[in-house]
Ligand binder design. Structure first.
Ligand SMILES: [Zn+2]
Ligand SMILES: [Zn+2]
Length: 443
């Protein structure tokens, strides 16, 4: 939104104070509900949108990096120091975090924005119990900043998955603040029920009834929450623990996590499940349906619904840990066969070009994980060489010519995946050359 003249003289007689860990849009919506307005409408009144005056004012773009001018207008209207509001902006609170590590609304993907098509609308989750505690303590209910982090799928305080669907009507609707006893409650925009009520209403769904006890599901959640904690540390340029990838620099930890998510969401039309992430459907991380994207995006984790994001992070954890913990996080709900996720499994699943891409990318990963992938790739190429050797010898016998079994042959049986091409990568031959340089050929 471009801002024109600002109505600096507008002062609101009543403006609740922001919480320290609150989203800016949450605060403005709480203020707006005192005047029977929605947050977007109040934003439109307090900060005159210049060129966009015709369009309906929304909250889009307010949380991430709001214009200083706009913050100044809002602060003055609410009789607050500018700093008190500007520190709520995501980019100020988390200056080292890339934009694709916040949770964007996938319903409003912007087709003009290349491979990073997520628009400016945030899609925060929420925790029933946190909202219920707000209500019980007579506080205003509010949306916590960390509920809009793409690296967080749980309430770490209550050790429960965050929600993005109304537990009463199962709609992913707009959230609405309503005044209540001098405070504010957060309600579902579709069925109007206060979302904190679910914590005290019974009976519960699976997510709410499995609390911090010692069930396999809660233990699996704990593992993934521990990974989320390290992911957030790394995004803030602090060193993550060695549990996941060995000793890791923050940037290397993030690079490996992002690349594994790309590999999990890369298309493979030759396989019935098409995307590796569709193989993950466990009791702890039930799949929210088949992942079948219509767009090509690189950073899927930032704009999928909360349940999908959790399952993506759980899948990354399953690939990184040893068999026992992997099974905890990824053991399938259906089918009688015992399937355990591993980096070897993912590598075998990927197409030739995708493997080469992953090997080339691993140059930026933590050393231990890079070596692990190198070993897997080396073993796979030995197997492939043996296979090609047998095939070539058969062909030689048939045709009398000579065949070569390179680790990454020039001809691929299946067309390369569109995702990797569209996300701005170089052609497959480039990665093949890189990968071949990394791997010493077994021949
Ligand atoms: Zn909570
Ligand atoms: Zn509802």
């Amino acid at each position: 939104m471009t801002l024109g003249s600002v109505l600096a003289q507008t002062v609101l007689p009543l403006a609740p104070r922001p919480m320290e860990d609150e989203l800016l849009s949450s605060w403005l919506s709480r203020v707006a509900c005192r005047y029977d307005l929605d947050g977007g409408a109040l934003r439109g009144l307090l900060t005159t949108p210049g060129d966009d005056a015709e369009t309906m004012p929304t909250m889009n773009g307010l949380d991430y990096r709001p214009a200083h001018q706009e913050i100044a207008a809002l602060a003055s209207a609410a009789r607050l120091p500018v700093d008190r509001l500007s520190t709520l902006a995501l980019k100020t609170a988390n200056p080292t975090w890339p934009r694709h590590w916040f949770a964007w609304d996938w319903g409003v993907l912007d087709p003009t924005n290349g491979t990073e098509r997520y628009a400016d609308a945030l899609a925060p989750g929420w925790c029933d119990l946190c909202l219920s505690e707000d209500h019980a303590a007579g506080r205003h209910a509010y949306l916590r900043r960390h509920w809009a982090y793409a690296a967080v799928g749980f309430c770490h305080r209550h050790r429960l998955p965050l929600r993005h669907l109304c537990p009463f009507c199962q709609t992913a609707s707009t959230l609405r603040f309503v005044p209540s006893d001098g405070g504010t409650r957060l309600c579902c925009g579709a069925c109007d029920r206060p979302l904190d009520e679910y914590a005290t209403a019974g009976p519960k769904d699976g997510a709410a009834s499995t609390s911090a006890d010692n069930t396999p599901t809660s233990r699996a959640w704990s593992v993934v929450m521990a990974f989320e904690t390290d992911l957030c540390r790394a995004l803030s340029r602090r060193t993550p623990r060695a549990r996941w990838m060995g000793r890791s620099r923050p940037a290397a930890f993030i690079a490996a996590t992002e690349d594994l998510i790309v590999a999990l969401t890369a298309g493979q039309s030759a396989y019935p499940r098409e995307h590796a992430i569709n193989a993950f459907d466990s009791d702890a991380f039930p799949s929210p349906g088949k992942f079948k994207p219509r767009n090509d995006l690189r950073y899927w984790a930032c704009c999928v619904p909360m349940a999908r994001r959790r399952s993506l992070l759980a899948a990354v954890v399953a690939l990184l840990l040893d068999e026992e913990t992997s099974a905890l996080v990824s053991e399938p709900r259906f089918g009688s066969y015992r399937w355990v996720a591993s980096l070897d499994w993912l590598f075998c699943w990927l197409g030739e070009d995708q493997r080469a891409w992953l090997v080339a990318q691993s140059a930026k990963w933590p050393e231990l994980l890079r070596q692990r992938l190198e070993t897997i790739a080396g073993e796979a190429s030995v197997r492939r060489s043996a296979h090609h050797g047998r095939k070539a010898s058969v062909q030689r016998k048939k045709a009398g010519g000579s065949g070569a079994g390179k680790p990454f042959p020039e001809e691929t049986p299946d067309p390369p995946p569109s995702t990797l091409r569209i996300i701005g990568l170089q052609d497959a031959a480039h990665y093949r050359r890189l990968a071949e340089a990394i791997l010493s050929s077994p021949e």
